[in-house]
Design a protein around this ligand. Structure first.
Ligand code: GAP
Length: 492
C-alpha cells in the first residue's frame, strides 16, 4: 500500500486536508475534514470507553496545554528532550543527524563526469563506490557538526515577551497526570493500582516531520499513567513488571480488536542505550505503515522518576499511604502512550482494499463499524418519486438520533454504493418501489427497506420500524450473518 494513495483518498473524500492549503500549505500541519474528524473522534471514544469507562481502576482528566514552566525542568524535558540536528552549509536544509542516512541521497558522481544520481538510503554509489558525506538533498553542501536542538515550542504567557514569562506548549500529555497525582488520589479516594488517562494535543518542533500524519509538529496523544505499588508482587513478580506486560498485551489486543491485522503488528523492545532518561524498560508496538515498520505506540515503565522529580521541584509530597504496611511509598508508573493520528493512519492503511467485483474495481475501507465515520447511508432508488425520497429522509432522521447517518441521491445506485464503500460506511439502506408501492397501479408496498452490508455486499429486506433495533444490534458488535439469517434476502 502506497502512502500517496491514502493521501489522495483522504483529500478527495474529506478525511485529511493540507493545513492552510489556499496559502500554499503549512509544512507538516494537517486538518481533519468532515469524515476525518468522525474517524478520529471514534478512535478516541472507543479508547476512552475501553480503557477508562469500562475499568474500575481507571479515571480520566483533561488538563491545560500550558503548564508551569518548572514542570519541564522537573520532567527533564528542558535538559533532555533534544534531537541532534545538522545543517547543509549550501542549501541550508536541516536534518536530524540520526535520520540523515535514512533517506535517498543525491550524488554527483566523479566516475561518470559528475552525472547526477539518486542513490537509495544507506547504499554506496554503484559507479564510484563512494558513500554519502555531503547534504543528501542538494548533494553539494557540507553538513555542520551535530548540535542539540530542544523540541519544545516556546511561547509567552501574558502581554510581555520576556524570559520570565516564557512557557512551553506541552510535548506530551503525561506530565499533567503526574502533577495532578495527589489531586486525583485525594478527590477520588483511589487505591493502588490505578491509572489516570488523558487524550489531548501535544506539540513537538520536530526537525524532520513528514510522511503525512505520521510525524507532525502538532498531534494528539492518548496516554495512561498506571500507578502501582513497587512493594507489591503479582503472580510472583514485582507489580510494575507484571503490569507492564499486562498493558503491552492489552494494547496489542485493542489494536487487533479494531481491525489491525496480526501480520502488520509487532513488538519491539528498546535497547538499553535508546531508553528515555526516565525508563526502566520500554516496548513499542510497531505497525507496518506504508513507510515500513514504525512506532505506533510505546509502553514504558517510568519507575518513580516523575513523581519523585515533581516532589523535589514543587516541594509537595507525592506519595501514597500503604495501609497494610503502614508506610508512604512513591508509586511506580507504567505508561501506555499512543498517538491518535498514527492510530488513524494505521486503521486507514489496514482497512484499504482494492477488489474486483463483476469485472470492476471497487475501493473499500474495511473499517471496524465502531470506527467508521458514517454508520449508515440512506439512498433512495428513484429520486423522482417524492414518496420514496420522503421515506428515505424519514429513515435518515430516525437513525441519525443515534448514529452518524447520511442521505445521498446524487448518482445512480451503483455509484452511490461505491462512494460509501470507499469511505468505509458499513451499511447502506435503500428505499424503492417495493417499499412504498405504486398507487397509480394500485400496488401496495411491503414497508421494508434493503440493508446492504459493505464487506459481503449481501442485502436483506427489513421492515422500516425494525431498522433502529437492527442497527443497534449490528453497531453494538452483532454479527451480520446472525441478523441476516432472520430476514429475507433482497431480490436482484
Ligand atoms: N509520554 C510518553 C510519550 O510521549 P512518545 O513515544 O514520545 O512517548 C507516544 O509518544 C506516541 O505519540 C508515539 O508512539 C506516537 O504514536 C505519538 N507521537 C509522538 N510524536 C509524534 C509526532 N511528532 N507526530 C505524530 N505522533 C507522534
Amino acid at each position: 500500500m502506497n502512502m500517496d494513495v491514502l493521501v489522495s483518498l483522504s483529500k478527495r473524500r474529506g478525511f485529511v486536508f493540507q493545513s492552510s492549503e489556499i496559502y500554499g500549505g503549512t509544512g507538516s500541519c494537517w486538518d481533519y475534514g468532515p469524515l476525518g474528524v468522525e474517524l478520529k473522534n471514534n478512535i478516541k471514544r472507543v479508547w476512552w470507553r475501553d480503557f477508562v469507562q469500562a475499568r474500575a481502576d481507571m479515571v480520566g482528566i483533561d488538563a491545560s496545554i500550558l503548564m508551569h514552566p518548572t514542570v519541564w525542568k522537573a520532567s527533564g524535558h528542558l535538559d533532555h528532550f533534544t534531537d541532534p540536528m545538522v545543517d547543509c552549509r549550501e542549501c541550508r536544509r536541516r536534518f536530524r543527524a540520526d535520520h540523515v542516512d535514512a533517506v535517498a541521497w543525491t550524488h554527483y558522481c566523479p566516475a561518470t563526469k559528475g552525472n547526477k544520481f539518486t542513490i537509495p538510503a544507506g547504499e554506496p554509489c554503484g559507479h564510484c563506490g563512494q558513500r554519502r558525506t555531503l547534504c543528501p538533498e542538494c548533494g553539494k553542501g557540507e553538513l555542520t557538526a551535530p548540535r542539540q536542538f530542544n523540541l519544545m515550542f516556546k511561547t509567552f504567557m501574558g502581554p510581555v515577551e520576556e524570559d520570565a514569562a516564557m512557557t512551553y506548549l506541552r510535548p506530551e500529555t503525561a506530565q499533567a497526570m503526574f502533577v495532578n497525582f495527589d489531586n486525583v488520589l485525594q478527590s477520588m479516594r483511589l487505591k493502588l493500582p490505578f491509572g489516570i488517562a488523558q487524550a489531548g494535543r501535544s506539540f513537538r518542533n520536530e526537525i524532520t516531520p513528514g510522511n503525512f500524519i505520521f510525524r507532525t509538529r502538532e498531534f494528539e496523544q492518548m496516554e495512561i499513567e498506571f500507578f502501582v505499588n513497587p512493594n507489591d508482587r503479582v503472580e510472583g513478580r514485582p507489580a510494575d513488571e507484571y503490569w507492564h506486560d499486562r498493558w503491552i498485551e492489552d494494547c496489542m489486543a485493542w489494536f487487533k480488536r479494531y481491525g489491525l491485522r496480526e501480520e502488520n503488528l509487532r513488538l519491539r523492545e528498546h535497547e538499553r542505550d535508546e531508553l528515555a532518561h526516565y525508563a526502566k524498560r520500554t516496548v513499542d508496538i510497531e505497525y507496518n505503515f506504508p513507510i515500513g515498520w514504525s512506532e505506533l505506540m510505546g509502553i514504558a515503565n517510568r519507575t518513580d522518576f516523575d513523581l519523585k522529580q515533581h516532589a523535589k521541584w514543587s516541594g509537595k509530597s507525592l506519595t501514597y499511604f500503604d495501609e497494610e504496611r503502614k508506610e508512604h511509598v512513591v508509586p511506580f508508573v507504567v505508561e501506555p502512550a499512543a498517538g491518535v493520528d498514527r492510530a488513524l493512519l494505521a486503521f486507514m492503511a489496514d482497512a484499504y482494499r482494492e477488489e474486483e467485483v463483476r469485472g470492476e474495481k471497487r475501493v473499500v475501507l474495511r473499517l471496524h463499524p465502531e470506527l467508521a465515520p458514517l454508520k449508515v447511508a440512506v439512498l433512495p432508488l428513484l429520486k423522482k418519486r417524492d414518496d420514496i425520497v420522503r421515506a428515505a429522509h424519514e429513515i435518515r432522521a430516525t437513525l441519525a438520533r443515534q448514529w452518524r447517518v447520511v442521505y445521498d441521491d446524487t448518482a445512480a445506485i451503483g455509484r452511490l454504493y461505491r462512494r460509501q464503500d470507499e469511505v468505509g460506511t458499513p451499511y447502506c439502506v435503500t428505499v424503492d418501489v417495493q417499499t412504498i408501492g405504486d398507487a397509480e397501479r394500485g400496488e401496495r408496498g411491503d414497508g421494508r427497506a434493503t440493508i446492504r452490508e459493505r464487506d459481503s455486499m449481501e442485502q436483506i429486506r427489513v421492515p422500516i420500524p425494525e431498522l433502529p433495533a437492527v442497527f443497534r444490534e449490528l453497531l453494538d458488535g452483532g454479527a451480520w450473518q446472525q441478523v441476516a439469517g432472520r430476514y429475507p434476502p433482497a431480490r436482484g
